[in-house]
Design a protein around this ligand. Structure first.
Ligand code: G3P
Length: 227
């Protein structure tokens, strides 16, 4: 299982990387726009934080396949190893994916609302496909179920080169349902990541441990200095 951050603010990424076991950072044009700086300036900064080891997902924005191919080459040239180009799962996107895949550039199929989008992207050579869980839920369908269907169809049809980077989560339950199912990867906002362990019961348990221990050996004592 891989766990990524769906965000582009350097400070937020630094903090999340410090505390949690994170494998990479995913962005999209709206996420980059929210930072209100030049996209490459921001992406270079993120690359420094996550090093060459981290996977960095960057979306092409051209309306036509030829433009997407040119963008894919430029994105990977600038941002280096472990950069994966996100291409929307549209007819023009599929046309681009086949060409980009032939160039040996790693791909993710994005903007996925239907199972067939994900299946076609896998067949075009994508290493990841990104169903939008909460956006699908908001349309009145079952985002988790659609993601599971894509996962199953990819596996049952021998397309082992591809797996999910499930995206657009709004709560821990959506994430947990897919991790229990064994999807390849999920990407979540810093808020959803913090929410994994934000719980009054956890805080109360820690406070009780501290109170009991300090009652035994004195204030601010720890196992390092209580002998
Ligand atoms: O990157 C795509 C996806 O993560 C979008 O998430 O929160 O805008 O639905 P959201």
């Amino acid at each position: 299982m891989k766990l990524c951050i769906d965000h582009a603010d350097a400070e937020a990424i630094r903090r999340i990387y410090e505390y949690y076991p994170v494998d990479g950072v995913s962005t999209n044009p709206s996420i980059l726009a929210a930072v209100k700086r030049n996209p490459y300036e921001v992406l270079r900064e993120i690359r420094k934080i996550i090093t060459d080891q981290g996977e960095l997902f960057v979306q092409a924005v051209s309306p036509d396949a030829e433009g997407m191919v040119r963008e894919a080459k430029h994105i990977t040239k600038v941002l280096g190893k472990n950069t994966i180009v996100k291409i929307p799962c549209t007819p023009e996107g599929f046309k681009a994916m086949k060409k980009i895949h032939a160039e040996g550039i790693r791909l993710l199929g994005t903007a996925i609302y239907t199972p067939m989008q994900g299946i076609l992207a896998a067949k075009c050579g994508c290493e990841y496909v990104a169903p939008y869980i909460n956006r699908i839920d908001n349309m009145g369908y079952d985002g988790v179920q659609i993601a599971k269907d894509i996962h199953d169809a990819i596996q049952k049809n021998g397309m082992d080169h591809c797996g999910l980077l499930a995206a657009s989560f709004k709560n821990s339950r959506q994430v947990l349902e897919l991790l229990k199912y064994g999807v390849k990867a999920v990407t979540v906002s810093p808020e959803v990541m913090d929410g994994f362990v934000k719980n009054a019961a956890i805080d109360a348990a820690i406070a009780q441990f501290t109170a009991d221990f300090e009652g035994l050996v004195g204030r601010n004592k720890t196992m390092e200095n209580c002998e």
